[in-house]
Design a protein around this ligand. Sequence first.
Ligand SMILES: [Zn+2]
Length: 261
Amino acid sequence: MKKSFWFGIAAVLVTCSNFAHAFEIYPLSDTQRCSSISEAGLVPVLDKVIYANPGAKDPALDNEKVTALLMGGFGIWKSKFEAANDIILKQEPSVLCIGLVYDAINKPNASAFQKTHIVFGVNFLTTLLHRPGIDSNAALKVTMAHEFSHFLQNRHGLVFEYKLPMLSVKMKELHADCMAGYLLSIGQNLNDQEFQKAQHYLSFIADAHIVGDHGIASQRREAFLYGRNAAVIALNTGHSELNTTSGDIIFACKNKYSWTR
Ligand SMILES: [Zn+2]
């Protein structure tokens, strides 16, 4: 066999191995790509609509519409970081699964886990969208940015190690609030009025007591504002929205909410 043939094969293999899978966002209904959700003990919502109770006529939540809305929102950040050539989106598995799960009424929640999933509890989302006095649009944006920040923290392998375990959790949460403030200043931007509404929502969901794991209202607002200010400073000193990477954001927020990895 000619030597050039083997060189040719080798070149093809190298090219293939360099050609990482494109990062994609999938709905939880893609049970093949998003199958690991069951390992986390979560039950995905696969019905098209969700009814408040058996026999109810009007759906409480249109799963298909909400999932499409969430995928579109996260897709904006995906495109942004892809354009900035962010290494974090070149990691395997190159998948982010998005969707709704069944959460307990007394423990409504949203979460990011396994470097590949961001899920929203049905009860959590229903309350967020219908709570009087809360701007649902601002609340949804903050929640998405907060969970996307956890996704990025997980992908970067950040560790928050403080002497008190509860403080470690709180610092991770405040770091995510800080990142959310940054993210919402470089994509899906909040104007000043929306920013105030977002701050109001953060106060609403904050811990009631200093001994909590997410931070009291003033701490959550401060973290969110810190991230927003860091973004403004970065944009005024040579960074552009187009070349900001997730690395820039985790480091900007590290100045106040320190981590290792
Ligand atoms: Zn969180």
